[in-house]
Structure formats: structure tokens, C-alpha cells
Design a binder for this molecule. Sequence first.
Ligand SMILES: *Cc1c(COP(=O)(O)O)cnc(C)c1O
Length: 459
Amino acid sequence: MQWIARPRRLNLPEAGGAPKKEKKTSMKKTKDHLRPESRMMSYGYNPALSEGAVKCPIFQTSTFVFRTAEEGKAHFELAYGLRPPKPGEEQGLIYSRLNNPDLEILEDRLTLWDRAEACAVFDSGMSAIATTMMEFLRPGDLVLHSNPLYGGTMHFISEVLGRFGIRSLGFDAEMEEADIARLVEDSGMAERLGMIYIETPGNPTNSITDIEAMRRVANRFSTAEKRVLVAVDNTYLGPVFQHPLAFGADLVLYSATKYIGGHSDLIAGACLGSTELIRRVKTLRTFLGTMAGPWTSWLLLRSLETLKLRMEQQTENAWVVARYLQQHPKVKSIHYLGLLTEADGRSYDIYKKQCLSPGAMVAFEVHGGEKEAFAFLNHLQIMKLAVSLGSTESLAQHPATMTHAGVPPQEREAMHITPGLVRLSIGVENVDDLIWDIEQALEAVKLPRKRGKMAEIAV
Ligand SMILES: *Cc1c(COP(=O)(O)O)cnc(C)c1O
């Protein structure tokens, strides 16, 4: 591809980690020792090929002109896999459902955080998830998944995949590895296990699943002919603070609408993994037409430049908010990774092993129930009452009646999604202003005075 200086991924340092030692000469040549945040402004883009523009232009075009008929023929031969590429030959630009410079540069750049071989970007998180599952699952297969899952994913698995004869089995996110394996064995469908799909940390309660343990469960049910894939929805902490591929996952999925986009102004998704797996995902994407367009891709390139800065500031703010809530008498319980301690046992150990930071999602329960939670939400002045997450502005919502309204009440309780639970996505505002907002909104919460215990709490 002439527009793109192809990525060289040898010896990339751990995201955020120390660079690997390398001979001086090769370091000079490759820049591979640079941290991802240093490459987010330019990686994969060559200004000389776009009139010297420092930023990648928006290639708002549906199709690309071939210089000659022979060139068009060569591009199609590669696209259809009719012959292997010649040495140094790249897939040429054909049509924006297949490839587009903004999309391809974005995909190359997004691989850096997860140290993935390849990436496919989609026009929504749901289309990334749906396209990936449809590529790797067949009628009769079983998908094993953690609970709770994002509502749209849950619906897709049970209602849509179910219609195609793909079966599903859910397990509690915090269940032990041996119990999960037994669940599969007892289901009588172990032979058809095709994919383990998890979301960690889980939405909305930050429940944690051990990715390495999922790899072991997948290996146990894999055979010489069939590798059981482990797919991780990394929307909550990734791509900066958690790297599932390093723990044995095959595929990482994102709603890029959230932290990666980060400004509540676009819908997008991504799937990352090996060259071989992503080639398959991209082929189905071409025929479903679920790729991101040039405008969305360009906006995401812009967003990637500030991704780490945003996530770090949001996390710093979330820490302060979580500690404030923890000591507030109207708050019954709080779910924030940064507040886990050794007393939390396995969750704490997995968090320490797997996550580089607690992130900026805070869920807490007010004393009382829906009425009290609504009083809090209705009195917020800075935080917006809206679903979605990961954006520069703080958002608040009520999982039991909003994002998780579709979950049967009994299951909801089992997942600790109670009527008093509020989910906050903390933004980049001044944290003192956020605390002021929370404080005054909690003042509006009038606790039920029926029981003496409650009245005591209602200071
Ligand atoms: C939002 C979200 C999705 C769906 O992504 P869209 O971009 O809205 O399609 C999937 N998983 C998680 C964890 C999400 O938060």
C-alpha cells in the first residue's frame, strides 16, 4: 500500500514498560524502542505521500483509480487470494469497503497498545463483536461466556446466534476455574466448545475474570483439529491499562465508542489478534460491510493522540471520587478496582496480575433503592445523565433500569445490580468540581426513615 509505511513490530516494548535493549544502529533505524504514546501522532503515516500534510488527510472517497488495467487486475488477484504477493507487494487500494488509507493507518496504530499483529476496525463495538463471533462459530457450537456481559452482546448471543443454532452457557465472572471447566463438562456440549468470551472488568460492577485461567480452560477443550478461542472485551480498561493477548487471549474486542474515541462523538469498534485470525475477521467484514468509514477512522486517529493522557487523568479523578464515596454515610457499597485489598482474595490477586491501573469506572450503591438512586441522578449538575462511558465528560446512569434493564430481575440481583446501584464514568473535569457535584446530589437523597438503623445513617 503506497500510502502507508508498513509497521515494523520487532522488539516493541511492553506498553508503558521499559524499552528492550537493542544495538544502537538498529534502534536508530526502526524506532521500535518507542512507547506507544510516542507513536500515536504519526505511526503508519508518511507525509511525503500526502503533499507533506503533517496530519493524515480524510480520504473521503468510495473508490480508487487504477493507473492501468494491469494494476487493477493485480490488486484483485491479491484481494481474492488468487496468487501470493510478490516480494514487497502490498494490497493496493480498491474500494472503501475493502480498504481505505484512514482505516488502514488507524488499524496499524491501534495494534501498538495491545502489541497485536493485526487489527480490524468496525463501525460499532457491536459490529466488531457480531462479525467476530459469526466468523468463528458454526451451528451446533457452544460459546461459553462470563456474566454479566454488555446488554447488546448478551442479546446477540442468546437471540441472534441462538437463531443460527449456536448455543451458549454463562458463568459468574468470579467463579473458580475448576468450576467453570466442570460446568462445560456437565453441559454435555464440551466437544462443541468454540469460544470462551469474557468481559473483564465486567460492566457495571467491575467484576474480574482471570484471562490466564480462561486460556487453560480453553486448552483443556481444544483438540489437534480445533483450537478453542479466548476472546476478551477490553472496553473497560483497554487498550492502555490491560493487554489480554499477553495473558493468552486470541482476540481482543473494543467498543471504540468509549475510551478510544473518548469524546462521545462517534460509534466504532475494533478486533485485534494474530494476522491469521484478523485476516478471517476482515474477510467476513468485507461481505457484511461492517467496516468503519474514513470520517470515523480519521476521528479515531485524532483521539488516539490523547488516549493515554485522558485515561490517566480520568483514573486519577476516579480514585478521588471513589475514596470520597467510600466514606460517605449515604453510600452502602462501592465497586472500584482501586479499592480492592488483600481481603478481597482472588479478585485482588487477578487485578494485581492483569491490570495496570484501576481505570475510571466507579459503581456504588446508595442506601435505599431506586427512588434514592434517582434522586441522586436527577440532582447532578455537572455529570450528564446518560449511558456510554469513557468520554472526557463524566456520565452517570442507573444500570437496573437502563443498561441492564433487559436482564431478568433474579439474575440482576445475582450480579449485584441492585435498585440502589449507580454507575459513574469519570471524565477529565476538575476533580474538586466533581466532588462538589456528587456531594450536593447526595444531599438530595432522602433516606427511608422506617427502620431505626436507616434513620441513624441519615445524617
Ligand atoms: C458499549 C459497549 C459495547 C458495544 O459497543 P457499541 O460501540 O455501542 O456498539 C460492547 N461492550 C462493552 C463493554 C461496551 O461498553
